[in-house]
Design a protein around this ligand. Structure first.
Ligand code: ADP
Ligand code: ADP
Length: 228
């Protein structure tokens, strides 16, 4: 079934002489369970597109539908992982408290929050670090914590904005493998934005290639790998 439907999406920053069209008339859809990458040059509008999908900014035109429903505001069955993990974790909370944080806004008991935080920390390979603080962890581990926090609410759609751009090459490989494991084992639908075409082809079932700004989709590739 279709998870995400983006139709005629347009976003313009500013008005009048300062107006800048960052995304113009983009249309595509993502199937449930897919790991799709959007790849395109720096400045082509990838972050703007993700911000519109996640409801962080309101698109100036077009529509976004999440399993059939029009998205307005920030939907709670969608989670985002940003490039800059060092600014996205709360430094005064332990890793476990960071991870369970999104559940505070849902009707989930304290015991259940603790259990689910431990469960996703284990899923991202961080069993046992719940009591540490983010600054006690390496950059790669902090980004794992961000991924765990995004997954704890069991989102229908996980958006990732250049999630591996700030980590070293070895950590990037580990996080790429983690992302594929999450998709396979949890059945997550993932839309990941990157400027790195190598990364997109390595990771994704599907690669949408954008041209320079304002972007249009210049290729839509299915990556079919033989079963392992
Ligand atoms: P990408 O993520 O592909 O690098 P962005 O979505 O960040 O691209 O930016 C697309 C275009 O919109 C760029 O030309 C950028 O300078 C511009 N832009 C991004 N954010 C803003 C903003 N808040 N105000 C004005 N222009 C912006
Ligand atoms: P990325 O390529 O990682 O998306 P950018 O360098 O395009 O990052 O943008 C970094 C930050 O600066 C973003 O928050 C974006 O909204 C803002 N930004 C980018 N271009 C402009 C612009 N022309 N005017 C105002 N803000 C901008």
């Amino acid at each position: 079934s279709t998870m995400l439907e983006v139709s005629g999406l347009t976003h313009q920053y500013g008005q009048g002489e300062r107006a800048h069209v960052a995304v113009q008339d983009l249309t595509f859809s993502i199937e449930a369970g897919q790991l799709a990458c959007i790849v395109g040059p720096s400045g082509c509008g990838k972050s703007t597109l993700l911000r519109c999908i996640s409801g962080l900014i309101e698109a100036t035109g077009g529509s976004v539908r999440l399993h059939g429903d029009e998205v307005s505001g920030v939907p709670d069955d969608l989670a985002v992982v940003f490039q800059d993990y060092s600014r996205s974790l709360f430094p005064w909370l332990t890793v476990a408290k960071n991870v369970e944080f999104p559940l505070r806004w849902q009707k989930v008991s304290k015991a259940e929050r603790t259990r689910r935080a431990a469960e996703v920390l284990e899923a991202v390979g961080l069993a046992g670090v719940g009591k540490k603080f983010p600054w006690q962890l390496s950059g790669g581990m902090q980004q794992r914590v961000s991924i765990a926090r995004a997954l704890v609410g069991r989102p229908a759609l996980l958006l990732m904005d250049e999630p591996f751009a700030s980590v070293d090459a070895q950590t990037r490989g580990e996080l790429e493998d983690l992302t594929r494991t999450v998709q396979r084992d949890l059945g997550s639908t993932i839309l990941l934005v990157t400027h790195d075409i190598d990364e997109s082809v390595y990771l994704a079932d599907r690669v949408l290639v954008l041209s320079k700004s304002p972007a249009s989709i210049v290729a839509d590739l299915s990556i079919d790998l033989p079963a392992e």
